[in-house]
Design a protein around this ligand. Sequence first.
Ligand SMILES: NC(=O)c1ccc[n+]([C@@H]2O[C@H](COP(=O)([O-])OP(=O)(O)OC[C@H]3O[C@@H](n4cnc5c(N)ncnc54)[C@H](OP(=O)(O)O)[C@@H]3O)[C@@H](O)[C@H]2O)c1
Length: 298
Amino acid sequence: MKKRVIAVLTITVCLLFSGCAGIGESKNRNTTVSQNASQNESVTQSSQDNSKADTAKDTPTDISTYPQFDFEKKTVQLNSGYEMPILGLGMFSLSDSEAENSTYLALKAGFRLIDTARIYGNEAAVGRGLQRAIDEGIVKREDAFITTKMWTSDFDDGDNAVNASLERLGVDYIDLMILHHSQPSNDVAAYQAMERAVKDGKLKSIGLSNYYSPKDFDRLLNATSIKPALLQNETHPYHQSTEMKHHIAQYGTVLESWFPLGGRGNTQTLFNDETIRSIVDAHRKSSAQVIIRALAGR
Ligand SMILES: NC(=O)c1ccc[n+]([C@@H]2O[C@H](COP(=O)([O-])OP(=O)(O)OC[C@H]3O[C@@H](n4cnc5c(N)ncnc54)[C@H](OP(=O)(O)O)[C@@H]3O)[C@@H](O)[C@H]2O)c1
């Protein structure tokens, strides 16, 4: 595993940078980035934004339902009642051997959150890495937090999709399963399959990914019973997801961001941003550290 810290997923957004231009992060963008991504392990991080800049008119008056973060334990309390680690490992574009070794080494290094997906094709490898860590007494199953995602082509057969992910991962339950993308034609049915799996004890928590408007999020929420525990969206200084963060807070839903460093191909632009460079110079930190700290809000 690379020695440097590689941030992948951070919960919530920062507002440290003004005048940020949003970039399109639709299904197409994600797919393109996925296809072009290089293969290396990535560490995920999540946290809640409490930046002072995030206090103006965008802030809801009642924030009592905001997800509760514990920065000492580095966990966040999901609305499902389960705790999720703030720091973890993303599996996007990793080969089998990379995914297995990255999972194992991350657990050995102290990380507890592993993020994979059916479409990444490496759930089984993640399961093997987890099992190695369990066999060696590094972690117990309950110490690890495994996230996977149901791909859109499986939405019409959600029950089997859940079972297949369980089987590939080689686990009795999955800590968090999320729908990979909004797909209005059948995502409600897919989500309802995940709700059944929660009742059956197969899934601990369920949520969404790539829902970029309150309207789309509420469409799903209003047609289902269990409030999403988490929304995983592209979020970084150039696309801060402020509206979504505040909108989903009323449901106690945690915002988790992917591409916190801008994603491959965009990272250097972000790292050399004038505002970020000025903070780097003032605090003698790397650009990656500045961005992660800004996103984490602490
Ligand atoms: N739900 C979704 O649709 C979705 C979509 C995409 C991704 N994801 C999740 O998010 C993860 C993707 O994250 P990502 O790693 O591609 O995005 P990222 O963290 O925004 O960007 C990674 C890029 O940043 C560079 N980098 C990372 N840490 C660095 C550091 N400390 N210093 C300097 N450069 C650093 C990497 O360079 P090198 O390549 O040179 O190391 C890489 O180019 C996936 O693993 C997946 O779990 C989810």
